[in-house]
Every structure is written in C-alpha cells, then in structure tokens.
Design a protein around this ligand. Structure first.
Ligand SMILES: [Zn+2]
Length: 419
C-alpha cells in the first residue's frame, strides 16, 4: 500500500491523500487551498474519493472529478453542505467574473455519485467511517487493504461543544499500520473550554455596557449555528443581557434549516428540542443595511477577508466602543482581520483604517489540541504516524512528544510513503 500526499503537508489547506493498492486507488479528501485552486492540479484517476467533512479545504476540488466520476464517500450531512458550498463557490467565481469551467450541473454529477453509507466495500478494500467531532457530519476514515490498515483523522476534536459530541477515541480501530492525523494545534495546549466561553461572554458583557457593536466573523457552516445557539442560550439563561443579535448569510440560513431537520448529528439534549436551531433572540438578516445598532452580528466570511464581516470590520474598527471577537484559531496571513488584530491598521478599498475597537481572539476551535492529539496516539497505538494539516512548527512540536510511542513522518507535498 502506497500513500502519496498532494496537499495539507506542513500547511493548512488543500488536503488530499492518495492511497494506492494493487486493486484500487482512492483519495482521502479533495480540498482546495485559497488562491491556489486554479493552478494546482490534483490527479483525477481515482476509483473513490472519501470526503472527511464539508470544509472546502477538504472538499473544494470535487468539481474537477465530473468526467472520471469516482464514487464519493462521506456522510449525508457532508454531502448536503458540500453541495451548498460548491454552488456558493460557483456563484462567487461568476460574480468575480473569473474564468471558472464549472456550473450547477457539475454539482449535480457529484451529488449523484455520492455514497453516504458508513461502510463501503471496493475491490480489495474496505472503508469504514467513524465520528470525528469537529463539525456536524465529520468522519474519520479507516481503510483496510492488502492485509494492512490505516486510519485518517480528517479534522477532529475530542472535546464536546454546546451542540456536538467530540470524537470517542476509545471506539476507533487499534494498532493501524499508519495513522494520518491533523496537527493544527500540534504544539499548543488550549485553555479549558469553559474558561474560554466565560472569557467570550465577559467580552460581550463589557461591550454591551458601553453600548458598542460586536462583530463575530464566523463560517456559514456549523460555527455560525453553534455561535447563534451559544448566544441565544446565554440570553435565555440571563448570562448576558438582552441585546440585538443578528446573523447575516443566506448560506448559513440554508444550512440552519438543514440542521433543524437532521438533529441526529447533534448532542442528545439538542435532539430533544423540537427545532434546536430556531432561536429566540437571534434574527436573520439579508443585508448589513438592516442592522439596527448597537448589535451583535454573526456573519461571514469567518476569515474577515470578504462579505459582511469585511464590510462591518471597515465600518466599526475605528470606533473604540465596538469589539471584534475572532473565534477561529487560524487566520490567513494577509486578511484585513489579521492586520486589524496584529498591526491595528488595515486597508479597505482606497482607505487606510486605524483600529480603535477591541479586537480579540478567543479560540473556540473544533480542532484537537496537543493534549488530545497525544491522547489519540496513546489510545490507537499506530506503527507509523503521518502528520498533516498543520504548519511545520506545530507538527514538529507534536512529533517531539509522540516519537517515543510511534514512528513519525512530517511529509512534504508530493512525497510518497510505503506502508
Ligand atoms: Zn475543518
């Protein structure tokens, strides 16, 4: 069995791992890397492609497979959300008038070739999926072939959030010949989650006291619903004062509808509620002009590089009463949001904006931290461990911690490893 890594090596973005055996060849994830989607060419001659979850850095190149039509494997939630995200991507490319060779029919082809079963048999190969935490519908992939077996984590976390259970690592197959794991936080131990949530609410309370606006840039899928639910519940329980709260993203609204109809992906207490994502204190808007200030606004893009979040950042950043709360752990180096946080100044259209608002990062992330990653390795006991989806420094710090338990590889792009 040969493994070749086409992306997500010593970096985050563009995850794609080839598993080649005598009888069949598959890909684990088929993602894009922002700004590289046009020039990067992934191979297309796969018998099957497993999509771990619906984030575009794991699924965003799927439209390149409409000629070969391999079987696409992933949960039903991953299928539905990926279809929405691919349609959205076509819409954005069309608006930008970029040359983009895909249309809505291509998305349909991908949907028709999708298998949402948790166990799939291919020639000489068996594939089984396990819940990964991270986002609704995210799966780990276990591949058995030629008397060997490997486990790929995709993105995962062990801790639970308000709406989703974490990955139960005790249920995973033991002693794989290779474990391929993400290493986003390979070198980082996060503060206790309840403390982070306390800090988050404290920031909201203090901004409300000075009647400021609060911008929360968030991804349309999962993080937006999780954030709206977190704030809605806190207001119901009197943990934070009542204030106007809005979400702005047609895509997030569509996904919220899908979440309400597919409650079985979520925690027990969420399943017991009739419409868990129908909020009492959070209102959906279509555009920023509908906002009645002061308000809390949850909107896309999560990286603050486009859409309503960029627009509101430009509008509110120069006001010292306002706050921006970043909950994502990763920010692209050149995003205006990154400049607002680190340099306290950023460019928007023709203007240079000096930041007076508070910009704070409170990482309510869905990724395993170093403690959880070590827990996984100790529990699964792999012969080899291949670290992907993490910057080199993070992967190296994790490698130092686990190299006594397992043989560690930190491959480069296009490197092959024989199992
Ligand atoms: Zn992800």
């Amino acid at each position: 069995m040969k493994i070749k890594l086409y992306g997500g090596t010593q970096e985050i973005g563009g995850s794609c791992i080839e598993v080649d055996t005598e009888y069949c060849k598959i890909a684990l994830d088929y993602g894009i890397k922002i700004d590289e989607e046009i020039k990067r060419q992934l191979p297309t001659d796969f018998d099957a492609v497993v999509i771990s979850h619906a984030h575009l850095d794991h699924s965003g190149s799927l439209l390149n497979l409409t000629k070969q039509k391999p079987v696409i494997i992933g949960s039903k939630m991953t299928r539905e959300v990926t279809m929405d995200l691919l349609l959205d991507m076509i819409k954005i490319q069309t608006l930008k008038k970029k040359i983009y060779s895909h249309d809505y029919q291509d998305v349909e082809i991908i949907r028709r070739n999708w298998s949402s079963r948790n166990s799939v048999a291919l020639p000489g190969m068996e594939i089984n999926l396990y819940s990964a935490g991270h986002v609704a519908g995210a799966k780990m992939t276990h591949v058995k072939s030629e008397g060997k077996h490997i486990l790929y984590t995709g993105d995962f976390c062990v801790h639970s959030s308000e709406i989703l259970d974490g990955c139960d690592i005790t249920k995973l197959p033991k002693k794989p010949d290779a474990l391929i794991t993400e290493s986003t936080y390979g070198g980082k131990i996060r503060e206790d989650r309840t403390k982070l949530v306390d800090k988050f609410f404290e920031k909201i309370r203090s901004t409300i006291e000075r009647k400021g606006n609060i911008l929360i840039p968030t991804f349309a899928f999962h993080r937006s619903q999780e954030m709206a639910k977190r704030i809605d519940q806190a207001m119901k329980k009197g943990r934070i004062p009542l204030y106007k709260v809005y979400t702005i993203s047609p895509l997030a609204k569509r996904i919220t509808g899908y979440f309400n109809e597919n409650k079985d992906y979520f925690r027990k207490e969420i399943q017991q509620q009739e419409k868990p994502f129908k909020y009492k204190h959070v209102k959906h808007l279509f555009r920023t002009t509908q906002i009645r200030e002061p308000a809390i606004v949850i909107c896309t893009s999560g990286f603050g590089h486009a859409g309503a979040s960029l627009h509101l950042l430009a509008e509110w950043a120069s006001n010292q009463n306002d706050s921006v709360i970043i909950t994502s752990g990763y920010l692209p180096p050149n995003s205006p949001l990154t400049h607002a946080k680190e340099d306290r100044v950023f460019n928007y259209k023709e203007n240079t904006i000096d930041v007076k608002a508070e910009v704070e990062q409170i990482e309510l992330s869905g990724h395993a931290d170093q403690k959880e990653l070590i827990q996984l390795v100790e529990s699964v006991k792999p012969k080899k461990t291949i670290l992907v989806h993490g910057n080199l420094d993070q992967a190296q710090m994790l490698s130092d911690k686990i190299s006594k338990i397992t043989e560690v590889f930190i491959p480069e792009r296009n490197e092959s490893i024989t199992i």
